[in-house]
Design a protein around this ligand. Sequence first.
Ligand code: ZN
Length: 108
Amino acid sequence: MLPTIWLTLTIAGVAVPVVWRERTAAEAAAGIVGEFERASVTIWIWGGLRGDVARSVLCHEIVHAIIHLFAISMPEGDDEPAAGSLGAHTYAVLAPYLNFPNPPWGSQ
Ligand SMILES: [Zn+2]
């Protein structure tokens, strides 16, 4: 799968592309399925996820992006508990209302 832009979000006035792509072998071994990359201001999501899981991961990565883009000074990684709890809760509450488009392969 070539990297594919799923959608572009505007967070704190910054355009943040959300990109589907394959995982590296190291990411797969570590169980990583998504990331907010601070340097490139990009969210990537592993393209092999089901749509509902991908939306949940996206909520998690959005929390990382909010923390970084609103200039909350926190070392990368220290924000993991916040992204874990807020991302999961956000998805649980908002899932019926999220209008993120389906992944390119049409999975729900
Ligand atoms: Zn995280």
